[in-house]
Design a protein around this ligand. Structure first.
Ligand code: ATP
Ligand code: MG
Length: 378
């Protein structure tokens, strides 16, 4: 069953210091005619535009985002700068993917009127803050990051930009002064780093940033259709939110079940059974799923039949997503508006934070003749 926002699990490890969540400063932009900050906690989360989104993105992140969007001031970032870290030789792929991600977000029901979609590279303050934060992040803190280690292992020639992406992600979160960050499990080391760096910055220069808390989704890590630990574009083991019913049927047919089971009357095993992992994630009726599991373990239903049930469920789940996608395909101006209006709002928030950061760090005052005289006459 889908869970309500109240039942979202704040990450234990990240939260174990019982630290009070500091609410962000409320930036009053009303004099500019856009009172965009309401009395709500702010969420920042995002995705890298490196292709279409898949079921892992949905259960690990998007499902939460949809539930949170009405109750929080949500900023959803399309992190194209971050994607350049490993796609600098293929910028056009990233540019196309910015639109694909926006289409996927709109199709799953993220509402640009309730939330703020942000194109990272159109708010260059992200780069400025990332650079400044990287001055106070010890190198060993990046070296020990397990997610970065695992991702670097799959790359031939890791760029400095890629290596530095945890700093960039900390800047993404801190720039809008977010205090909640809904993410998949693989992102927790990055949130931990963000918290450490926010505390360090506040200690060194004065209190500017709230200490953000991670929220992990219902399915922290969805396995791939090949049974590998994570459904991931780069592993080629995905069911995409944009897959057609025919493609879904084909992919489900290929999924692993119980390798020890030779015929339908053999008792089936559920553990490590990819089809049942997906049924656990997507079956809307817990009682029905229980009885299906019972039949399977008693050898009363064949693998083919179970796969048909899964394919049907996935198609039923994707149907409303397909309908919304068709709407936005017919209305490209709505996609443009979602991206540009959100980004415009984010620019104002970013400018206000960077003003505070520059003042706190005392990177100011060169325009003041008094300061120049003071030094010259010393
Ligand atoms: P891919 O590995 O497919 O390239 P990604 O890791 O690049 O995807 P990100 O933009 O880094 O995608 O992640 C976006 C969000 O989706 C993150 O919060 C991440 O934890 C979550 N996520 C991605 N894949 C999965 C998965 N298989 N299960 C659960 N959450 C996932
Ligand atoms: Mg990732």
């Amino acid at each position: 069953m889908p869970k309500t926002p109240e039942s979202l699990q704040p990450d234990q490890e990240v939260n174990n210091k019982n630290e009070e969540i500091i609410t962000p400063e409320r930036v009053d932009l009303s004099e500019k005619g856009t009172p965009i900050i309401e009395k709500k906690d702010r969420i920042l989360t995002g995705m890298r535009p490196t292709g279409s989104l898949h079921l892992g993105h949905y259960v690990g992140a998007l499902e939460n985002w949809i539930k949170l969007q009405g109750n929080y001031d949500c900023h959803f970032l399309i992190a194209d700068y971050q994607a350049f870290g490993d796609y600098a030789d293929n910028i056009s792929k990233i540019r196309d993917s910015v639109i694909e991600v926006a289409m996927d977000w709109l199709s799953v029901g993220l509402d640009p009127h309730k939330t703020t979609f942000v194109i990272q590279s159109y708010v260059p303050e992200h780069a400025e803050l990332a650079m400044l934060l990287s001055m106070i992040i010890p190198k060993w803190m990046i070296d020990r990051n397990p997610t970065l280690k695992a991702e670097s292992a799959t790359q031939k020639d890791v760029s400095l930009g890629f290596y530095n992406y945890p700093a960039s992600q900390a800047a993404d979160i801190l720039l809008p002064k977010a205090n909640l960050v809904p993410v998949g499990e693989d992102q927790l080391p990055h949130i931990e780093l963000t918290r450490e760096i926010a505390r360090k910055f506040n200690r060194m220069y004065g209190h500017i940033f709230p200490i953000p808390t991670a929220l992990v989704g219902r399915v922290p890590r969805l396995v791939g259709i090949d049974g590998k630990a994570k459904m991931s574009k780069s592993l080629g083991n995905c069911v995409y939110l944009s897959d057609s019913p025919e493609v879904i049927a084909k992919k489900v047919k290929k999924m692993f079940t119980d390798p020890t089971r030779l015929k339908a009357t053999d008792p089936g095993h559920l553990e490590g059974n990819v089809v049942f992992t997906y049924l656990d994630a997507f079956h809307p009726d817990a009682a029905e799923l229980e009885s299906l599991k019972k039949k399977y373990t008693e050898g009363k239903i064949g693998d083919g039949e179970v796969k048909n049930i899964l394919a049907e469920l996935l198609n039923a789940f994707l149907e409303p997503i397909r309908e919304r996608r068709a709407f936005y395909q017919a209305h490209p101006e709505a996609v443009r508006e979602a991206l540009l209006e959100g980004t415009e709002k984010a620019k104002k928030v970013a400018a206000a934070t960077m003003l505070e950061v520059r003042e706190a760090m005392e990177i100011t005052g060169y325009e003041d003749i008094k300061n120049i005289k003071k030094i010259i006459e010393k």
